[in-house]
Design a protein around this ligand. Sequence first.
Ligand SMILES: C[S@@+](CC[C@H](N)C(=O)[O-])C[C@H]1O[C@@H](n2cnc3c(N)ncnc32)[C@H](O)[C@@H]1O
Length: 256
Amino acid sequence: MRQILIVGIGAGNPEHMTMQAINALNRADVLFIPTKGEAKSQLADIRRDICDRYVTRADGRVAEFAVPVRQTVGRSYDQSVDAWHAAIAQSYEHLLIEELKPDETGAFLVWGDPMLYDSTIRIIERVRALDTVAFDYSVIPGITSVQALTASHRIPLNLVGKPVQITTGRRLAESFPGLAETAVVMLDGEQAFMTIDDPDAFIYWGAYLGTPQEIILSGRVVEVRDEILKIRAEARDRHGWIMDVYLLRKGVDFGA
Ligand SMILES: C[S@@+](CC[C@H](N)C(=O)[O-])C[C@H]1O[C@@H](n2cnc3c(N)ncnc32)[C@H](O)[C@@H]1O
């Protein structure tokens, strides 16, 4: 039966690769590399660099594939994501049938860790449900952008004994600073930190973490948010793309 490995490759630094991930890539007959268009070609380059550095088997093949673009017009967020996942599932199904012989192993190189704001696992489950190609799969964990962020800022993720909320820019207002003392914000296309007016809230921001372009900045939100906005816009213009993540904190260790 075909075997699929969903391999977490870390969040930008090729040295995030674990021994388990390296061994998985070397077990794979085919490495599946997503391409995300010209602007984000650096992400595909990082995946290629990882393969060049760590894959020692000579007979492995690479299959690059274009990721379908999410269509948003006239659809709710849930509808557009559902349709997008269906389109990606179709392209995975095609890849498994066309690129992988029935006894071969293929690996998907997943940014960061496959469990965190990534849908490879649920899309692979969708392909299984189609019942058109038989395969089994396993998941290899990777270093997440959240770990890269907290390491670069030299901070623990949580306050002592306290919970953490991981959310998106779109939903930040529901949790911070009301419910959570620590919120990690990913996939923030709207710079939701600009809406935080609490004078006691701190932000630990990072962009392009793990890459040579890494930028980090921290401070009281109300004092540094304009600077982050400016630096973010300049960096985005310069590179043509940006990925950023941040941790918001209000409270102290051993606080009530
Ligand atoms: C689709 S999610 C994938 C998360 C990934 N699975 C992980 O484990 O970090 C993409 C979001 O992760 C964050 N991200 C991923 N890599 C990053 C990096 N190198 N620097 C900053 N943010 C990053 C950004 O918030 C980005 O919008």
